[in-house]
Design a protein around this ligand. Structure first.
Ligand code: TA6
Length: 306
Protein backbone atom coordinates (compact mmCIF):
# COMPACT_ATOMS: atom_id res chain seq x y z
CA UNK A 1 0.00 0.00 0.00
CA UNK A 2 1.41 3.41 -0.97
CA UNK A 3 1.15 6.21 1.52
CA UNK A 4 2.04 9.59 0.19
CA UNK A 5 4.15 11.87 2.36
CA UNK A 6 4.66 15.59 2.95
CA UNK A 7 7.75 16.96 4.70
CA UNK A 8 8.87 20.49 5.54
CA UNK A 9 12.46 21.27 4.48
CA UNK A 10 14.68 24.37 4.35
CA UNK A 11 16.21 25.11 0.93
CA UNK A 12 18.76 27.89 1.31
CA UNK A 13 16.82 30.67 3.06
CA UNK A 14 13.43 29.41 1.90
CA UNK A 15 10.95 27.20 3.74
CA UNK A 16 9.77 24.53 1.32
CA UNK A 17 7.62 21.41 1.38
CA UNK A 18 8.48 18.10 -0.26
CA UNK A 19 5.60 15.87 -1.42
CA UNK A 20 6.13 12.30 -2.56
CA UNK A 21 3.77 9.69 -4.00
CA UNK A 22 4.88 6.36 -5.49
CA UNK A 23 7.92 7.38 -7.58
CA UNK A 24 6.86 11.03 -8.02
CA UNK A 25 8.30 13.96 -6.11
CA UNK A 26 7.33 17.60 -5.86
CA UNK A 27 9.01 20.55 -4.13
CA UNK A 28 7.08 23.76 -3.37
CA UNK A 29 8.24 26.94 -1.60
CA UNK A 30 6.11 28.93 0.84
CA UNK A 31 7.41 32.03 -0.95
CA UNK A 32 4.98 32.64 -3.79
CA UNK A 33 3.48 29.16 -3.20
CA UNK A 34 5.90 28.42 -6.03
CA UNK A 35 6.26 24.87 -7.25
CA UNK A 36 10.02 24.40 -7.77
CA UNK A 37 10.39 20.82 -8.96
CA UNK A 38 8.23 17.96 -10.21
CA UNK A 39 9.81 14.70 -11.32
CA UNK A 40 9.44 10.93 -11.47
CA UNK A 41 12.38 9.10 -9.88
CA UNK A 42 15.03 8.00 -12.34
CA UNK A 43 13.67 10.21 -15.15
CA UNK A 44 14.49 13.74 -16.35
CA UNK A 45 12.55 16.42 -14.44
CA UNK A 46 9.09 17.43 -15.68
CA UNK A 47 9.13 20.93 -14.17
CA UNK A 48 12.44 22.69 -14.82
CA UNK A 49 14.39 24.69 -12.23
CA UNK A 50 17.44 26.76 -13.09
CA UNK A 51 20.72 25.48 -11.66
CA UNK A 52 21.31 29.14 -10.72
CA UNK A 53 18.03 29.50 -8.81
CA UNK A 54 18.78 31.61 -5.71
CA UNK A 55 16.90 30.14 -2.76
CA UNK A 56 16.48 33.42 -0.90
CA UNK A 57 13.61 35.74 0.03
CA UNK A 58 12.55 38.63 -2.14
CA UNK A 59 12.80 37.08 -5.61
CA UNK A 60 10.85 34.31 -7.30
CA UNK A 61 13.07 31.44 -8.37
CA UNK A 62 13.87 31.06 -12.09
CA UNK A 63 11.86 28.00 -13.02
CA UNK A 64 9.10 25.98 -11.42
CA UNK A 65 5.61 27.49 -11.58
CA UNK A 66 5.63 31.15 -10.49
CA UNK A 67 2.13 32.56 -9.84
CA UNK A 68 1.62 35.78 -11.81
CA UNK A 69 -1.23 37.83 -10.23
CA UNK A 70 -2.95 40.37 -10.10
CA UNK A 71 -1.43 40.98 -13.54
CA UNK A 72 0.64 39.10 -16.10
CA UNK A 73 3.64 40.61 -17.88
CA UNK A 74 3.99 44.39 -18.27
CA UNK A 75 1.08 46.03 -16.39
CA UNK A 76 0.94 48.76 -19.06
CA UNK A 77 0.20 46.09 -21.68
CA UNK A 78 -2.85 45.00 -19.65
CA UNK A 79 -6.46 46.14 -20.15
CA UNK A 80 -7.35 49.51 -18.58
CA UNK A 81 -9.53 47.72 -15.99
CA UNK A 82 -6.49 45.82 -14.70
CA UNK A 83 -4.19 48.86 -14.81
CA UNK A 84 -6.77 50.95 -12.91
CA UNK A 85 -6.53 48.60 -9.91
CA UNK A 86 -2.97 49.87 -9.31
CA UNK A 87 -2.26 53.35 -7.91
CA UNK A 88 1.06 53.75 -9.80
CA UNK A 89 0.89 51.50 -12.88
CA UNK A 90 3.93 53.20 -14.44
CA UNK A 91 6.10 51.99 -11.52
CA UNK A 92 4.78 48.43 -11.40
CA UNK A 93 7.11 45.47 -12.07
CA UNK A 94 6.36 42.49 -14.31
CA UNK A 95 4.09 39.57 -13.40
CA UNK A 96 2.22 41.02 -10.43
CA UNK A 97 2.97 41.14 -6.72
CA UNK A 98 2.64 37.69 -5.15
CA UNK A 99 5.57 35.71 -6.60
CA UNK A 100 8.03 36.87 -3.94
CA UNK A 101 6.01 37.07 -0.73
CA UNK A 102 5.32 34.28 1.73
CA UNK A 103 1.91 32.63 1.47
CA UNK A 104 0.23 30.99 4.46
CA UNK A 105 0.15 27.19 4.78
CA UNK A 106 -3.52 26.17 4.96
CA UNK A 107 -3.28 22.42 4.99
CA UNK A 108 -1.41 19.22 4.23
CA UNK A 109 -2.96 15.84 3.42
CA UNK A 110 -1.38 12.42 3.07
CA UNK A 111 -3.61 9.70 1.68
CA UNK A 112 -3.15 6.39 -0.06
CA UNK A 113 -3.84 7.89 -3.47
CA UNK A 114 -2.21 11.32 -3.17
CA UNK A 115 -0.38 13.96 -1.17
CA UNK A 116 -1.72 17.50 -1.23
CA UNK A 117 -0.84 20.90 0.15
CA UNK A 118 -2.71 24.21 0.15
CA UNK A 119 -1.45 27.75 0.54
CA UNK A 120 -3.37 31.02 0.75
CA UNK A 121 -2.68 34.69 0.33
CA UNK A 122 -5.05 37.38 1.70
CA UNK A 123 -4.53 41.04 0.77
CA UNK A 124 -6.35 42.16 3.93
CA UNK A 125 -3.74 40.38 6.04
CA UNK A 126 -0.74 41.15 3.78
CA UNK A 127 -1.47 44.43 1.95
CA UNK A 128 0.14 44.91 -1.47
CA UNK A 129 1.92 48.16 -2.28
CA UNK A 130 -0.23 50.47 -4.43
CA UNK A 131 -2.86 47.75 -4.90
CA UNK A 132 -5.51 48.47 -2.18
CA UNK A 133 -8.17 45.78 -2.82
CA UNK A 134 -9.64 42.90 -0.81
CA UNK A 135 -8.88 39.54 -2.40
CA UNK A 136 -7.81 36.04 -1.44
CA UNK A 137 -5.85 33.44 -3.42
CA UNK A 138 -5.92 29.72 -2.65
CA UNK A 139 -3.28 27.58 -4.35
CA UNK A 140 -3.84 23.85 -3.97
CA UNK A 141 -1.43 21.22 -5.29
CA UNK A 142 -2.25 17.52 -5.43
CA UNK A 143 0.40 14.92 -6.24
CA UNK A 144 -0.97 11.57 -7.34
CA UNK A 145 -0.81 9.83 -10.70
CA UNK A 146 -0.89 13.39 -12.05
CA UNK A 147 0.11 16.78 -10.69
CA UNK A 148 -3.02 18.89 -10.19
CA UNK A 149 -2.72 22.63 -9.55
CA UNK A 150 -5.67 24.86 -8.65
CA UNK A 151 -5.48 28.64 -8.28
CA UNK A 152 -8.68 30.16 -6.90
CA UNK A 153 -9.13 33.93 -6.62
CA UNK A 154 -11.90 35.29 -4.38
CA UNK A 155 -13.16 38.88 -4.42
CA UNK A 156 -13.55 39.82 -0.72
CA UNK A 157 -14.43 43.44 -1.51
CA UNK A 158 -17.61 45.28 -2.44
CA UNK A 159 -16.34 46.44 -5.87
CA UNK A 160 -15.54 44.44 -9.02
CA UNK A 161 -11.99 43.01 -9.04
CA UNK A 162 -10.13 43.05 -12.39
CA UNK A 163 -6.97 40.97 -12.81
CA UNK A 164 -4.92 39.03 -15.32
CA UNK A 165 -2.97 35.95 -14.26
CA UNK A 166 -0.75 33.06 -15.26
CA UNK A 167 0.69 29.84 -13.91
CA UNK A 168 4.11 30.60 -15.42
CA UNK A 169 5.19 26.95 -15.79
CA UNK A 170 8.75 26.09 -16.86
CA UNK A 171 9.00 22.58 -18.38
CA UNK A 172 12.20 20.56 -18.85
CA UNK A 173 12.88 19.39 -22.41
CA UNK A 174 15.72 17.34 -23.89
CA UNK A 175 16.54 19.91 -26.60
CA UNK A 176 14.26 22.80 -27.61
CA UNK A 177 15.29 22.24 -31.23
CA UNK A 178 13.78 18.74 -31.14
CA UNK A 179 10.48 19.28 -29.30
CA UNK A 180 7.10 20.47 -30.55
CA UNK A 181 3.83 21.60 -29.03
CA UNK A 182 0.64 19.94 -30.20
CA UNK A 183 -2.82 21.48 -29.82
CA UNK A 184 -2.22 25.05 -30.91
CA UNK A 185 -2.78 24.49 -34.63
CA UNK A 186 -5.23 27.04 -36.10
CA UNK A 187 -5.17 29.11 -32.86
CA UNK A 188 -4.87 32.88 -33.12
CA UNK A 189 -1.91 34.31 -31.25
CA UNK A 190 -0.21 37.63 -30.49
CA UNK A 191 3.40 37.78 -31.69
CA UNK A 192 4.89 39.95 -28.92
CA UNK A 193 8.28 39.99 -30.64
CA UNK A 194 6.90 41.62 -33.77
CA UNK A 195 4.93 44.58 -32.52
CA UNK A 196 2.23 42.44 -30.94
CA UNK A 197 0.76 41.56 -34.33
CA UNK A 198 -2.12 39.08 -34.57
CA UNK A 199 -1.16 35.82 -36.28
CA UNK A 200 -2.54 32.28 -36.71
CA UNK A 201 -0.70 29.04 -35.86
CA UNK A 202 -0.16 26.65 -38.74
CA UNK A 203 0.39 23.05 -37.65
CA UNK A 204 2.34 22.00 -34.57
CA UNK A 205 4.61 24.60 -32.95
CA UNK A 206 8.35 24.04 -33.43
CA UNK A 207 11.18 26.25 -32.15
CA UNK A 208 14.00 27.91 -34.08
CA UNK A 209 14.46 31.20 -32.25
CA UNK A 210 13.23 33.39 -29.40
CA UNK A 211 9.55 32.67 -28.92
CA UNK A 212 7.16 34.79 -26.85
CA UNK A 213 3.57 34.33 -28.00
CA UNK A 214 0.15 34.72 -26.41
CA UNK A 215 -2.25 32.11 -27.82
CA UNK A 216 -5.91 33.05 -27.58
CA UNK A 217 -8.60 30.51 -26.67
CA UNK A 218 -6.33 27.47 -26.90
CA UNK A 219 -7.88 24.02 -26.39
CA UNK A 220 -8.01 22.60 -22.87
CA UNK A 221 -5.34 19.99 -23.74
CA UNK A 222 -1.85 20.82 -25.00
CA UNK A 223 1.10 18.46 -25.33
CA UNK A 224 4.87 18.89 -25.35
CA UNK A 225 6.22 16.16 -27.64
CA UNK A 226 9.80 15.22 -26.73
CA UNK A 227 11.08 12.44 -29.03
CA UNK A 228 14.62 12.43 -27.59
CA UNK A 229 13.38 11.72 -24.09
CA UNK A 230 10.64 9.51 -25.61
CA UNK A 231 7.89 11.26 -23.68
CA UNK A 232 4.92 13.54 -24.00
CA UNK A 233 4.07 16.05 -21.28
CA UNK A 234 0.27 16.39 -21.18
CA UNK A 235 -1.29 19.65 -20.00
CA UNK A 236 -5.04 19.78 -19.31
CA UNK A 237 -6.48 23.07 -18.07
CA UNK A 238 -9.78 24.59 -17.02
CA UNK A 239 -10.52 28.27 -16.44
CA UNK A 240 -7.71 29.41 -18.75
CA UNK A 241 -8.44 31.24 -22.00
CA UNK A 242 -4.89 32.23 -22.93
CA UNK A 243 -1.64 30.30 -23.19
CA UNK A 244 1.76 32.00 -23.27
CA UNK A 245 4.57 30.09 -24.98
CA UNK A 246 8.08 31.33 -24.22
CA UNK A 247 11.65 30.37 -24.91
CA UNK A 248 14.31 33.10 -24.55
CA UNK A 249 16.77 31.52 -27.03
CA UNK A 250 20.41 32.61 -27.15
CA UNK A 251 20.48 36.41 -26.77
CA UNK A 252 17.74 36.91 -24.15
CA UNK A 253 19.12 33.95 -22.17
CA UNK A 254 22.26 36.04 -21.56
CA UNK A 255 20.16 38.87 -20.05
CA UNK A 256 18.05 36.77 -17.73
CA UNK A 257 18.72 36.54 -13.99
CA UNK A 258 19.31 33.14 -12.38
CA UNK A 259 19.74 31.60 -15.85
CA UNK A 260 22.71 29.83 -17.44
CA UNK A 261 23.56 31.13 -20.93
CA UNK A 262 22.96 27.66 -22.38
CA UNK A 263 19.82 26.84 -20.36
CA UNK A 264 17.45 27.98 -23.14
CA UNK A 265 18.08 24.63 -24.84
CA UNK A 266 16.55 22.60 -22.00
CA UNK A 267 13.47 24.54 -21.00
CA UNK A 268 10.14 25.67 -22.42
CA UNK A 269 7.46 27.79 -20.77
CA UNK A 270 3.81 27.03 -21.47
CA UNK A 271 1.86 29.34 -19.19
CA UNK A 272 -1.83 28.77 -18.63
CA UNK A 273 -3.26 32.24 -18.22
CA UNK A 274 -6.04 34.77 -18.57
CA UNK A 275 -4.51 37.85 -20.18
CA UNK A 276 -5.45 40.72 -22.54
CA UNK A 277 -9.14 40.41 -23.43
CA UNK A 278 -9.30 37.26 -21.26
CA UNK A 279 -8.49 39.24 -18.10
CA UNK A 280 -10.99 38.37 -15.35
CA UNK A 281 -13.45 40.77 -13.70
CA UNK A 282 -14.90 39.24 -10.53
CA UNK A 283 -18.09 40.58 -8.96
CA UNK A 284 -18.01 41.03 -5.17
CA UNK A 285 -18.17 37.73 -3.19
CA UNK A 286 -17.50 35.61 -6.27
CA UNK A 287 -14.48 33.46 -7.19
CA UNK A 288 -12.62 32.19 -10.26
CA UNK A 289 -10.53 29.00 -10.64
CA UNK A 290 -7.64 28.39 -13.00
CA UNK A 291 -6.66 24.71 -12.86
CA UNK A 292 -4.01 22.59 -14.59
CA UNK A 293 -3.27 18.87 -14.63
CA UNK A 294 0.22 17.74 -15.71
CA UNK A 295 1.27 14.19 -16.47
CA UNK A 296 3.82 12.34 -18.59
CA UNK A 297 3.28 9.53 -21.09
CA UNK A 298 6.26 7.55 -22.36
CA UNK A 299 6.36 7.22 -26.13
CA UNK A 300 8.73 4.49 -27.23
CA UNK A 301 9.54 5.67 -30.71
CA UNK A 302 10.10 2.77 -33.08
CA UNK A 303 13.57 3.13 -34.59
CA UNK A 304 13.83 1.99 -38.20
CA UNK A 305 15.69 -1.27 -38.49
CA UNK A 306 19.25 -0.47 -39.53
O1 TA6 B 1 5.98 34.80 -19.96
C1 TA6 B 1 6.95 35.26 -20.83
C2 TA6 B 1 7.66 36.46 -20.19
O2 TA6 B 1 6.80 37.56 -20.09
C3 TA6 B 1 8.90 36.76 -21.04
O3 TA6 B 1 8.73 37.91 -21.84
C4 TA6 B 1 10.01 36.88 -19.99
O4 TA6 B 1 10.11 38.21 -19.52
C5 TA6 B 1 9.51 35.88 -18.94
O5 TA6 B 1 8.12 36.13 -18.86
C6 TA6 B 1 10.25 35.92 -17.62
O6 TA6 B 1 9.87 37.03 -16.88
P1 TA6 B 1 10.58 37.22 -15.44
O7 TA6 B 1 10.03 38.48 -14.90
O8 TA6 B 1 10.25 36.00 -14.61
O9 TA6 B 1 12.07 37.29 -15.74
Amino acid sequence: MTTASVDRIEMGDLTCWSLSFNNSKLLIAEQGAQILRYENNGEPPIIWLSEHAEMKPGNSQRGGVPVCWPWFGDLLRNPDSVQAMHQQPQQAGAHGLVRSIDWALEGVEQREECASITFSYNSLEQPLAHWPHAAELILSVRLGERLSISLVCRNLGDQPLAFSQALHSYFAVSDINQVSVEGLQDCSYIETLEDWQARSQTGALHFSGETDRIYLNPPAKLQIIDPLWQRTINLLSTGSHSAVVWNPWIDKAQRLSQFDDAAWQQMLCIEHANVLDDAVTLAPATEHELALDIWVEHTLTSHPLV
